[in-house]
Design a binder for this molecule. Structure first.
Ligand code: NAD
Ligand code: ZN
Length: 344
């Protein structure tokens, strides 16, 4: 993978491909690692001996005020100075959490993101969004605080549970559906051949996201919101199920199929698009339906209260044909509801 440079309002950072062994070869004085426990157990041998580390309990529940506070106190105890660097090592949970600590500790310190899940490599490590959850909802406390570097090693994926890998593939397919016909064709060929090296696919996704976030870093023009394909329904479904027994990518897979049906209802896409999208996701081993979609009332309430929707309007990023999408700022409740309860 070539080095990719991403510009943002304060400067730029690079996404560099390195092996797990090379991750910490640079200067580690005045630094600390914040690392996922599963990743530490599997890959911790590569951490330099003297590097202070905080080990994060795996799971969304660690993106909390209490863990955030513990990490901040840990940094003070080292002590990590204002010119120090935080290394975030793990999936999206650790990236969001450690990034938010970096954004706020001593009014902001440098951080290096080392993503170890497919989702984190293609999505959460790119674009500078960091944050934690509150009782009232996900990512309610956050900031835009880009890392100083993303260090990427696809080798980490060799230990990632298959279900997590598939969930990450849902986001990969999303990039293909919304804007990358070349990637779509490549994925069709790759489908079912799970031992393939994903470096090239990961690079394509990063380039797509980089392009989008460079042009709409703070999500103000609507361009960045096109990345939300599948996420309006997907987020509501995850919340309804209390994040229990459903992974983000799985909810997004179900959401992409439901939202394609909305595009079809609105006459925005050809008739076969829903089937085509559903086929690709199913071939990947991803779910395309969930019985909880029948709880339309609750899902509608959740979608309207989502921080992405403005004044209760239901906005969707909808695919009009493979490789193209558009933002529809308001879709009627009736259309959304009819799609949710249909079991076609
Ligand atoms: P995650 O961080 O919970 O990791 C998933 C699981 O994989 C965990 O159990 C973890 O311990 C394990 N794991 C991680 N790397 C491993 C490896 N190499 N080998 C073995 N096990 C490994 O989940 P995720 O899907 O990476 O991230 C989800 C989070 O990302 C959510 O909190 C979501 O809100 C956030 N997110 C943020 C953005 C953003 O722009 N900031 C975008 C999308 C998602
Ligand atoms: Zn997502």
């Amino acid at each position: 993978m070539n080095s990719i440079s991403i510009r943002h309002r304060f400067g730029e950072y690079s996404v560099d491909s390195l092996s797990p062994e090379q991750m910490w070869q640079s200067q580690i004085e005045n630094s600390a690692a914040i690392i996922d426990k599963n990743v530490f157990d599997l890959w911790g041998q590569f951490l330099p001996e003297g590097l202070p580390r905080y080990i994060v309990v795996p799971g969304e529940s660690s993106k909390s005020l209490s863990v955030y506070g513990e990490i901040a106190e840990f940094l003070v105890s080292i002590p990590l100075g204002r010119s120090g660097t935080i290394f975030a090592v793990g999936g999206g949970v650790v990236g969001d959490l450690a990034g938010f600590v970096a954004a706020t500790y001593m009014r902001g310190v440098n951080w290096v993101n080392i993503p170890t899940t497919l989702l984190a490599m293609v999505d959460s490590s790119i674009g500078g969004k960091v944050g934690i959850d509150l009782q009232g909802g996900k990512n309610l406390l956050g900031s835009f605080w880009p890392p100083t570097q993303v260090r990427l090693a696809p080798e980490f994926l060799t230990t990632l549970p298959k279900r997590e890998l598939r969930a990450g593939m849902a986001e990969v397919w999303k990039y293909a559906f919304i804007g990358n016909m070349g990637l779509f064709k490549q994925l069709k060929i790759l489908s079912g051949r799970k031992s393939e090296d994903l470096s090239d696919v990961i690079e394509k996704c990063i380039l797509d996201k980089a392009h989008i976030v460079e042009h709409d870093e703070l999500e103000t023009t609507g361009l960045r919101a096109t990345l939300n394909f599948g996420h309006t329904v997907g987020h509501a479904l995850e919340t309804l199920l209390s994040y229990d027994d459903i992974l983000h990518g799985e909810a997004i897979s179900i959401g992409m199929v439901a939202e394609s049906k909305i595009a079809e209802k609105l006459g925005l896409c050809p008739m076969n698009l829903v089937l085509e999208i559903a086929d690709c996701l199913q071939m990947e081993g991803l779910p395309i339906h969930h019985s909880a979609l029948n709880s339309a009332d609750q899902l509608m309430t959740l979608m309207k209260s989502d921080k992405k929707s403005s004044s209760g309007r239901l906005a969707f990023s909808l695919v009009s044909e493979i490789g193209k999408c558009k933002l529809v700022p308001e879709v009627s409740e009736q259309v959304v509801r009819s799609v949710l309860v249909s079991n076609e």
